[in-house]
Design a protein around this ligand. Structure first.
Ligand code: ATP
Ligand code: MG
Length: 555
């Protein structure tokens, strides 16, 4: 089976090589897992990991587990667990009945720790955290612990009593006995269990000792029969420890760890802790605020699963950490919506245009395409009458070089309707333009000039006598600095005060009546917009998902 599969990244190369005999690794079909810690919502970085984990399994006809990595008894919440499941399903992946909590394996982990002690491969150490730090040595000096040669029986006894709650938090640890002189400090007899009296959200007060991540994770993988444990680059230096644990316990299988680069995106932050702070301190309206890089935020912003999967595919999987431009993500969405979104006309900052030679009380309609990219999406009807709305900035009182829209004397095409000639405007006391005037040419129905004369400008418009009102929310980067969370920067210093602009009284074609989230539209000439979840039939609310302009190519 592996013969026909063309790998598209180095992980797939490794897996392909691993399973070349009979399509299996260690006698198993490819089996991966996605192991989030349920302490926050998933973000676009997690989407990359989800695509790598589920995608690699899919590619080789294997399976992928969903595992809540909840061995650390802090900040976990069912709210997060449910949200994680929803986001993965939304992206289009499924774990079937293989949904697990790492805390379900605490008994086994304890058993494996006892096994290591019995083999002389772990010991109870009574150095405090500070003492351990002071004794960790340096590149030329090995670490030391006076407890290293403690008899096996004594460690067994102490470890059991640690579990039974006889000792203070922090007074003892269980350490793997590996190599105090190792050049890799993770191998200098790492702590594998610590005493920590914190109630766990699933196991309650059953345990007062908890396993460390580096010990727990390989065991979780082995118990679940994982063949390939795909993780981010920061675990590379931990791989020798991962392998050591797997090789020294009676593990039911020997998973292989492969690391890949984390995804970073500019002008945002990508750590659950930071994102939680933005939510809890009220900088944003919630985890699903459309400015957030969370999957629920992106979903509310109008991102489609296809656009995100496509993005993850294109950024690729490498061993080099890098920051991807936000505009690249936007480009993936723009492409999807260009293909699939219905077109309508909406005027964001309306000013009235009165067509003075069009009969009062008259109205007519035009059949226009829903989506020129997809003729199969059919046509819709738009209406036209004496008064329409145009964008305020589609009118200037005086001609400016290169400006082809409304100014007195200029001819402009009202998209799909008529050519009109601007004749002037009316202003209020403050000097703001309240009404623009024009005359239409009845010979130009549909927008074509019968005599072939050139009309440069084409603008969108909405029939003032037959339209909907809407609120439209425009978004910009949440942070003004491209990398707000690097070095000694305090990311909160770089919050963009103008990241949200709310426009009220926008005018919209009636064809959007009754639309519900997550319906997306292209507002012609403006960008792609989707219905917000707070929208109601009487009070429509749209989010701008992405503008029409391709900022990525422009740069
Ligand atoms: P955060 O720093 O956002 O809290 P984390 O690594 O602590 O991230 P986990 O819940 O442990 O979050 O992540 C689950 C999986 O997602 C891990 O395998 C992790 O490597 C991966 N992951 C997390 N962030 C990214 C990212 N930015 N790019 C790629 N993969 C990521
Ligand atoms: Mg983590």
């Amino acid at each position: 089976m592996s013969e026909e599969i063309t790998s598209t990244n180095f992980i797939q190369d490794f897996v392909k090589e691993d399973i070349k005999e009979g399509g299996q690794y260690e006698g198993k079909t490819v089996h991966t897992r996605f192991p989030p810690e349920p302490n926050g919502y998933m973000h676009i970085g997690h989407a990359k990991a989800i695509c790598v984990d589920f995608g690699t399994a899919e590619k080789f006809g294997g399976i992928c587990n969903l595992r809540m990595d909840d061995t650390n008894p802090t900040k976990e919440d069912v709210e997060y667990v449910d949200a994680i499941k929803e986001d993965i399903h939304w992206l289009g992946f499924d774990w079937d009945d293989r949904f697990f909590f790492a805390s379900e394996y605490f008994d086994e982990m304890y058993g494996y720790a006892v096994e290591l002690i019995k083999k002389g491969l772990a010991y109870v150490c009574q150095l405090s955290a500070e003492e351990m730090r002071a004794n960790r040595g340096d590149l030329t000096t090995p670490a030391t612990s006076p407890y290293r040669d403690r008899p096996i029986e004594e460690s067994l006894d102490l470890f059991e009593r640690m579990k039974n709650g006889e000792f203070e938090d922090g007074s003892m640890t269980l350490r793997a006995k590996i190599d105090l002189a190792s050049g890799n400090f993770n191998m200098r007899d790492p702590v594998i269990y610590r005493i920590n009296r914190i109630s766990h959200h699933r196991t309650g007060n059953k345990w007062c000792i908890y396993p460390m991540y580096d010990f727990a994770h390989p065991i979780e993988d082995a118990i679940e029969g994982i063949t390939h444990s795909l993780c981010t680059l920061e675990f590379e230096a931990h791989r020798p420890l991962y392998d050591w644990v797997i090789n020294n316990i009676s593990a039911p299988c020997k998973p292989r760890q492969i690391e890949f680069a984390r995804l970073g995106i500019n002008n945002t932050v990508m750590s659950k802790r930071r994102l939680r702070q933005l939510v809890e301190d009220g900088y944003v309206a919630g985890w699903d605020d459309p400015r957030m890089p969370t999957l629920c935020g992106l979903r509310r912003r109008g991102y489609t699963p296809a656009s995100i999967r496509n993005f993850c595919e294109r950024i690729g999987v490498t061993k080099v950490n890098s920051t991807v431009e936000y505009s690249f993500l936007e480009n993936c969405l723009r492409e999807d919506l260009n293909e699939n979104a219905q077109r309508i006309m909406c005027v964001l900052r309306p000013v009235k245009l009165v067509i003075t030679n069009y009969p009062e009380g008259q109205s007519e309609s035009f059949e226009v395409e829903n989506n020129p990219q997809r003729p199969e999406d059919g046509m819709r009807t738009i209406t036209f009458s004496r008064e329409v709305y145009i964008e305020a900035d589609d009118f200037l009182e005086e001609k400016v070089k290169g400006y082809n829209r409304f100014y007195p004397g200029n001819e402009v095409r009202l998209k799909s309707a008529y050519i009109v000639k601007c004749t002037g405007c009316e202003k209020d006391e403050q000097g703001n333009v309240t009404t623009v005037f024009a005359e239409y040419d009845p010979e130009t129905r549909g927008g074509d000039t019968p005599d072939g004369r050139k009309v440069r400008g084409t603008v969108h418009w909405v029939d003032a006598e037959n339209c909907l009102d809407a609120e439209v929310r425009l978004y910009d980067n949440l942070f003004t600095d491209p990398e707000p969370d690097t070095g000694d920067k305090n990311f909160l210093d770089y919050i963009n005060p103008d990241s949200l602009e709310i426009l009220k009284g926008c005018k919209l074609e009636r064809s959007a009546e009754g639309a519900q989230a997550p319906k997306s539209y292209q507002f012609m000439r403006l960008g792609y917009f989707c219905i917000d979840k707070d929208s109601t039939p009487d009070a429509l609310i749209f989010n701008r998902s992405v503008s029409l302009k391709d900022g990525f190519k422009k740069k």
